[in-house]
Design a protein around this ligand. Structure first.
Ligand SMILES: [Zn+2]
Length: 91
């Protein structure tokens, strides 16, 4: 089981308190997107081997969304950071 640090509560909590929210840093702008860009947004996501930026929600805690850098090979979490903050450089 993962222990995930919530950047809002400032606590490490077990994975069961959190919900996975998909790939982080996606920009949803349907008015500006071409049909091809909109199709990519709706149906395609990165399938990264290594560090991957993800959205998580502390569902049983503060209820807020935040971002997480997780290594998809080792399943280790390298960093968590608040929504709206830039992705940290690779640790
Ligand atoms: Zn929290």
């Amino acid at each position: 089981m993962l222990l995930i640090h919530c950047p809002y509560c400032e606590m490490e909590r077990p994975e069961v308190e959190f919900k996975y929210g998909g790939q982080a840093h996606l920009v949803r702008e349907p008015q500006k997107a071409t049909d091809e860009e909109w199709t990519d947004f709706l149906y395609f996501r990165d399938n990264t081997r290594g560090l991957h930026a993800e959205r998580w929600r502390h569902a049983v805690g503060c209820g807020r969304f935040f971002n997480c850098l997780r290594d998809t090979v080792s399943d280790k979490i390298a960093a968590t950071y608040k929504a709206g903050e830039p992705r940290p450089s690779s640790p």
